[in-house]
Every structure is written in structure tokens, then in C-alpha cells.
Design a protein around this ligand. Structure first.
Ligand code: AMP
Length: 111
């Protein structure tokens, strides 16, 4: 069971900012920006590479939830939504997650 599955199951604590039947959003434990929230599907999908057609609605919901949470956090000047996928993508936790980053100007290209 991944660490995020344990957060969904309330086996370990997290600062949860949004929850519905499909998604959970909680603050990143090591924030890389003034606002750093992870939006995850409750279904234990490992990475973008593991998505199937049946995940389309859940992925759409996660993006909508990120937009809702960004408004909730007052990120009116913009923000970034990032998914790291696999080893080259820099993914560390094997449960698909969207990083919502905001509260500062982001640079491009990413490292
Ligand atoms: P990634 O490198 O894309 O897999 O991102 C994993 C993210 O999960 C990192 O930004 C970590 O800081 C974050 N993280 C790891 N464990 C926890 C936790 N228990 N609660 C909240 N965020 C976590």
C-alpha cells in the first residue's frame, strides 16, 4: 500500500483541503512553493502510464478539483499543475498525483 493510499484510508495523517467520492487533496509535506497541494484520485493508479479509458472521468475530476482548490487558496494570479510520471519524470510516490503549486512566480523550463 502506497503512502497516499494510507492517507486515503486515514491510516496516516494529512492536512486535507478537499475530498469527494473520486479525489482527495492535501498539503504536500515538503512544500516547494507557498501553496503546494497534491490532488489524487482515490483509485490506486500508479502513474499516467497506467491510465486506461475507464479513468477518464476520474482524471477530469482531479483537474476540476485542482481548479476548485486553487480558487479556495486564493491563487488568483495563476498557478502550475504538474504530474511527474515514472523515473525520468521524477515521480517518487507510486500513486498518481497532481501537484498544485502557487503563491510565487514559476520558472520555465522545469529542472
Ligand atoms: P513526486 O516526486 O511527484 O512523486 O511527488 C511526491 C510528493 O509527495 C513530494 O512532493 C513529497 O513531498 C510528497 N509527500 C510524500 N509523503 C507525503 C505525505 N505523507 N504527506 C504529504 N505529502 C507527501
Amino acid at each position: 500500500m502506497s503512502i497516499f493510499a494510507k492517507i486515503i484510508a486515514r491510516e496516516i495523517p494529512a492536512d486535507i483541503v478537499f475530498e469527494d467520492d473520486v479525489c482527495l487533496a492535501f498539503r504536500d509535506i515538503a512544500p516547494k512553493a507557498p501553496v503546494h497541494i497534491l490532488v489524487i484520485p482515490k483509485k490506486p493508479i500508479v502513474s499516467l502510464a497506467d491510465l486506461t479509458e475507464e479513468d477518464q472521468a476520474a482524471m477530469g475530476r482531479c483537474v476540476v478539483v485542482a481548479s476548485i482548490v486553487a480558487k479556495q487558496e486564493g491563487l488568483d494570479n495563476g498557478y502550475r499543475l504538474v504530474v511527474n510520471s515514472g523515473a525520468d519524470g521524477g515521480q517518487e510516490v507510486p500513486h498518481l498525483h497532481f501537484h498544485l503549486l502557487g503563491g510565487r512566480k514559476m520558472s520555465w523550463p522545469p529542472g
